[in-house]
Design a protein around this ligand. Sequence first.
Ligand code: LER
Ligand code: MN
Length: 275
Amino acid sequence: MKFSVCSWIFGDQPIEQTIRDAASMGYDEIEVHAKDYNWEGLIQLADTLGIRIRGLCADAGWPRKETDLSQIDPSMRKTAVNYFKEQISRAYRAGAEYMVLSPCAPGKSEPEGSGREEWEAAVLSLQEIAPYAEERNVALVIEPLNRYESCIINTGWQALVLVEETGHPFVTTMLDTFHMNIEESSMEAPFHHLGPALSHIHVADTNRQGLGYGRLPWDAIAEAVKATGYEGTITVECLAPELNIFPSAEKKASIDYVNEYAEKSLEKLQYLFRS
Ligand code: LER
Ligand code: MN
């Protein structure tokens, strides 16, 4: 099992600093946001520090329609398909093996069409970008997001149906414990249900803080993951608490929270999976 951390949780901190910090914390890998970076330079830096950029996380978000593969407007959907081809090119230039993405632009919680239309548009778009990803050896990992972030795929089961309908070996799926806590009726069953179709995992606690800072049953989750035989990467994706409007004795910057969660979550993962 490899452990990694998402770069986007560190906000506007320079990516080079984030790679250095993740390496010194002891992470095996870093999942980098698919921004317009100098990828050759980042690969070199990561190599020097002994950390690997094995995957990217797509740079997309509502209301940027050009980043929405579930667009029911055909010409806008075409723009989104081209946008994602560029995202895949970035993954290729980064030497990444996978890219996490949601075919419904994150934050699009209401469909513009019937919902079914968005689903069909998403399948078409994935079928169009999958061969492009295959040529570049980048697996597309569909992430189910909670209802406030996606209007078409909220659960592992729905993601699996979408993957099956898309029918391309380079389109796979994953689970994120933060979204699971909102949408799934069990924190264990989806791991068993996806089984070999599970190709990635994101982790954060109930409040999206570090592992152990909320109420998720980490021992049971780890047992479920082990039982599937999953041996891929687990990526930490935790966020700082919302800004508190009440005066507090403790004035701590968001980046300090994120660094603390990233460190403590890695310790927890090592304890759960390696001890
Ligand atoms: C968004 O909530 C999320 O979980 C990310 O992995 C995708 O941007
Ligand atoms: Mn996630």
